[in-house]
Write a protein that binds this ligand. Structure first.
Ligand code: NDP
Length: 232
């Protein structure tokens, strides 16, 4: 049986990953800030009591990440999915109105937390069968794709996350661990909004298909939900 550890599991893309992997018979270690308020995730876990376990985790709280790793020390984690992220509201105000405190918060969540998760869970990942780390970044973190400017906080935090993914692919290669960055597409979630291009079910199904075919040779790639490599 394969095991997924995922952050931001209570809504949006994270919740859908939990649904689809559990339906496929995976064990799901579903992390979210407040399990007591994660109604939909709790209902899902009640339908799969042997597969889905909820864990409280604010990914900016490094002590909590370390405590969770101790709790889960006996696990083999086939797939770590760094999914949780924010689009800082301050980004809407544009050039000349940068909120530097919020930028720091975006870096904490979008950039530093994925690395902290890997540093803390690397042993459990290394002892698993699949040894996969997938970090959901964004096409908005692509230098090549940036023709519209703006979104300084989100773009820079996701571009930096892409670099984290790349360095991990080099540093963890000897352990047989694959590290990739994914753009999920523009997805109808709270973040993506109602005008987004893809339903969350489709985006996650697409990404799962690509994830299922990943090998160590793919490590260090930035991939779209359609499986096509995205220029950095
Ligand atoms: P949502 O806004 O719907 O969900 C974000 C999730 O991240 C929530 O579960 C939220 O938890 C969690 N989260 C935020 N901050 C923290 C934190 N400090 N600790 C733990 N969890 C946290 O976003 P999506 O599902 O759309 O996005 C998922 C990922 O996909 C993100 O990384 C996003 O940047 C990326 N992405 C999304 C796109 C889209 O079109 N939707 C496009 C490109 C990339 P809580 O409920 O507690 O706030």
């Amino acid at each position: 049986m394969k095991t997924l550890l995922i952050t931001g599991a209570n809504r949006g893309i994270g919740l859908e990953f939990c649904k689809q992997y559990a339906a496929d018979g995976w064990r799901v270690l579903a992390c979210c800030r407040d399990p007591g308020k994660a109604d939909e995730l709790n209902r899902l876990a009640a339908r799969h009591p042997d597969l889905i376990k909820l864990h409280a985790l604010d990914i900016t709280n490094h002590a909590q990440i370390e405590q969770l790793a101790k709790t889960l020390s006996g696990e083999s984690i086939d797939l770590l999915l760094n999914n949780a992220g924010i689009y800082p509201a301050a980004d809407k105000h544009g050039f000349g109105h940068t909120d530097y405190a919020e930028w720091m918060a975006a870096f904490n969540i979008n950039t530093m937390a994925p690395l902290k998760m890997v540093e803390t869970f690397v042993e459990q990942i290394a002892r698993s069968k699949l040894k996969l780390i997938v970090t959901i970044t964004s096409q908005m973190g692509s230098m090549d794709d940036n023709s519209s400017g703006g979104s300084y906080l989100y773009r820079s935090s996701k571009a930096a996350a892409n670099m984290v993914v790349k360095s991990l692919s080099v540093d963890l290669k000897a352990q047989g661990i694959t590290s990739v960055a994914f753009n999920p597409g523009w997805v109808k979630t709270d973040m993506g909004g109602p005008n987004a291009m893809i339903e969350v079910e489709q985006s996650v199904a697409d990404m799962r298909k690509v994830i299922a075919g990943l090998t160590l040779a793919d490590s260090g790639k930035f991939i779209g939900n359609d499986g096509v490599v995205i220029p950095w």
